[in-house]
Design a protein around this ligand. Structure first.
Ligand SMILES: C[S@@+](CC[C@H](N)C(=O)[O-])C[C@H]1O[C@@H](n2cnc3c(N)ncnc32)[C@H](O)[C@@H]1O
Length: 249
């Protein structure tokens, strides 16, 4: 298999259908390496096809990924929209734009990619409904990107989901949550309260006796996202990000 060249000097053997991780993930890895003297274990809740898993493992860290999506774990053939990439289209009130035609494409799942990358000794991928059945194990670094708003998790409140994910962080460990916020905070039909955060809400789930919130950012305006296999039309999301450290007991 040919290596995929992503950045100058960095050759990756696999890539994610969701693109490259943001630089803040690498910032988190550096922070944890510093805190834990170079060695720590990580967990990615909602690991999908491995976008956020491989950066940890390629740096030699043990990482466990949980997901319920069989196609992301085992690979699949799905319809992908066909279009030329554009510059981001500024948000103008509509959360979705017209759909594109699609074509079937086959992609590899996370488990096969672990083998291709030769990282079986560091990566454990498990099919698991995390919020219904969280593991007992604790991790030094726990990361999730936009897993709260899935309908599967809608019976739990945002606070309950946050408590569940907080529960697998070791003392002194880090929790990083990327989350989707309501584009219209008054609209509880399109942005139900158990799925989408409102401004200022996430911080209230981190009691100061147990957690130190190191960084929180909540965008005011929606971000443009190109069409992809789940949404074959360009669309918008409003994101928030929190990084917190669990206090030592
Ligand atoms: C937004 S996706 C992550 C992939 C993303 N599109 C990206 O940019 O990498 C979030 C993932 O969380 C997973 N997820 C949601 N609820 C889950 C649950 N209860 N247990 C395990 N995985 C879950 C979904 O299946 C999905 O793969």
């Amino acid at each position: 298999m040919h290596a995929i060249k992503i950045q100058k000097g960095v050759k990756l053997k696999t890539k994610s259908i969701w693109g490259q991780p943001p630089s803040r993930l690498y910032g988190l890895i550096r922070l944890a390496e510093h805190t834990f003297n170079g060695h720590f274990n990580a967990c990615v809740v909602g690991c999908s096809d491995g976008k956020f898993v491989f950066p940890f493992a390629r740096k030699g860290h043990h990482v466990t990924g949980y997901d319920v999506d069989k196609s992301a774990l085992y690979g699949a053939t799905k319809e992908f929209p066909i279009y030329e990439k554009t510059k981001p289209i500024p948000y103008a009130g509509l959360t979705t734009l017209p759909p594109f035609p699609t074509e079937p494409r086959t992609y590899k799942g996370c488990i096969e990619k672990v083998k291709i990358e030769g990282l079986n000794h560091l990566v454990k991928i498990e099919e698991r409904d995390f919020y219904a059945l969280p593991p007992k194990q604790k991790f030094d670094v726990v990361f999730t990107s936009c897993s709260y708003q899935y309908s599967l998790n809608a019976s739990k409140t945002l606070e309950e989901k946050t408590k569940i994910i907080q529960g697998i962080v070791s003392d002194g460990g880090y929790l990083y949550i990327d989350y989707m916020m309501a584009i219209d905070e008054q609209d509880y039909d399109r942005f139900p309260e158990n799925k989408y955060l409102r401004k200022g809400q996430m911080a209230t789930f981190f009691p100061t006796e147990e957690w130190q919130v190191l960084h929180i950012k909540e965008n005011n305006t929606p971000s443009f996202e190109h069409a992809h296999t789940e949404h074959p039309y360009h669309h918008y999301h409003r994101f928030g990000y929190v990084l917190a450290q669990k206090r030592q007991r």
